[in-house]
Design a protein around this ligand. Structure first.
Ligand code: ZN
Length: 423
């Protein structure tokens, strides 16, 4: 009895040591990858300066270092509008800051010159009056300024401002709250007239703007998914751990979107999970997939779902980890219909171990890489940190290493690990 007690005590001490050393190692590993992916070397993991592909090459090496059995790259092509060069704007002669005061709509062409500004009267809005004003000589070749959601509510009138033969305005400037965001989801085309996002403070009362912005449309640009495999004892089914490693790239040659939360955080998580399973051999085969093209509208995951390297029916469960570099103790989840049974298991584990205060399940949406799999009936879950202190920086230049938060890494890691052991 006494010997058993001593044994249990030693075992408990060893286990605590084992668990903490393992976790500490994981967190160090995790942070190192988040820091690297957010560094200037990868220029926001976009396309203009090949940052995404450079990050993909780095991840290929990291997966191998993690001890996986093999890594393959799955190439695919996309069309994408980029801003690789000049990115300058002046408002009444005052130079504005790219990424802070203004940014470009993802499908905007480049723009050069000086333009009078027409401020839309949103308090007494009359579309006929607006078009009558814009027909006056002083507003020929002007930039029309309006709050974005207002233009959305009156999109019938405002869409005419985009058509070259319907109005003589040079372009549109949408106001948007600070810090200014940049999206790339619809960058697969370029529209006729420039569209600029700006903070209300930067354009208030301004009479003219000067712009010098280069764009470059890349057709059939080749990028790739990085797929690492850890062999299990059985090969008839498998688990998939996915995260996108691309981000928004450059806004001109000097500004880039580091994307520490979106999604260096999720990418680093799947690399450390790969390292864990390379050491702790699983029952089933495991694939760790870093997707490219996500912020360009789920292009990498869509390609994989159409051209899977393992039959989709063999996937026991898919975990898509996106933006967990935050500190809200609530985890946001989405599942496919087929993933619902698994969600009950996640809840059971979370109730037992209290990894998160709650798992908040929302409606399935086309907002990340689980979606192409969910619509193809793969059991899957999307894990994302509910809006915490990092969230205001979403798709801004401030989503960087300095603002990265690490609270959610361990709970997500353990939640997924426990799920695999129990499912
Ligand atoms: Zn994003």
């Amino acid at each position: 009895m006494k010997r058993l007690l001593v044994f249990l005590l030693v075992f408990a001490v060893f286990e605590t040591f084992h668990e903490t050393s393992l976790q500490a190692q994981d967190l160090v590993h995790y942070k190192r990858i988040v820091k690297e992916l957010s560094s200037p070397k990868y220029q926001g993991r976009g396309y203009a300066r090949h940052g995404a592909n450079k990050a993909g090459k780095y991840l290929e090496k990291e997966f191998l270092k993690a001890g996986v059995d093999e890594v393959v790259c799955q190439p695919f092509k996309l069309d994408i509008n980029t801003f690789p060069g000049e990115m300058k704007m002046w408002a009444d002669g005052k130079r504005l800051k790219a990424g802070v005061d203004f940014s470009m709509r993802e499908y905007s062409p480049g723009v050069y010159g000086e333009f009078p500004v027409y401020h839309v009267d949103t308090l007494n809005f009359d579309p006929d009056q607006m078009f009558a004003d814009l027909a006056k000589p002083e507003y020929a070749n002007c930039m029309v300024v309006c709050e974005f959601w207002f233009t959305y509510r009156h999109r019938e009138a405002f869409s005419r401002l985009q058509k070259p033969d319907e109005c003589t305005n040079a372009g549109i400037i949408y106001t948007w709250t600070s810090p200014i965001k940049f999206y790339k989801a619809y960058g697969h085309r370029v529209v006729d007239k420039p569209i600029i996002w700006i903070t209300p403070e930067a354009i208030e009362g301004v009479k003219s703007v000067r712009l010098k912005v280069d764009n470059k449309f890349l057709k059939d640009y080749e990028c790739f998914n990085v797929i690492a495999k850890v062999q299990g004892r059985r090969h008839d089914s498998c688990y998939l751990f996915t995260a996108h490693y691309d981000h928004l790239g450059n806004l001109g040659r000097n500004v880039y979107y580091a994307g520490a939360n979106d999604n260096a955080s999720g990418t680093a998580t799947i690399v450390t999970l790969a390292a864990y399973y390379a050491k702790n051999r699983p029952e089933y085969d495991m694939y760790f997939i870093a997707f490219s093209g996500e912020d360009a509208n789920l292009r990498g995951s869509e390609y994989f779902a159409k051209n899977p390297i393992v039959p989709l029916e063999q996937i026991k469960y898919l975990f898509n980890i996106d933006m967990i570099g935050d500190d809200n103790p609530v985890q946001y989840c989405e599942t496919s219909d087929e993933g619902l049974r698994g969600f009950a298991v996640f809840e059971q584990i979370n109730n037992e171990y209290r990894y998160f205060k709650a798992l908040n399940r929302g409606e399935l949406a086309a907002n990340s890489d689980h979606y192409p799999f969910a619509v193809r009936h793969v059991p899957c879950i999307f894990l994302e940190n509910q809006e915490g202190s990092a969230y205001p920086y979403y798709h801004t230049i401030f989503d960087n290493w300095e603002h990265a938060v690490f609270d959610s890494y361990k709970p997500v890691f353990k939640l997924v690990r426990d799920f695999v052991a129990r499912y």
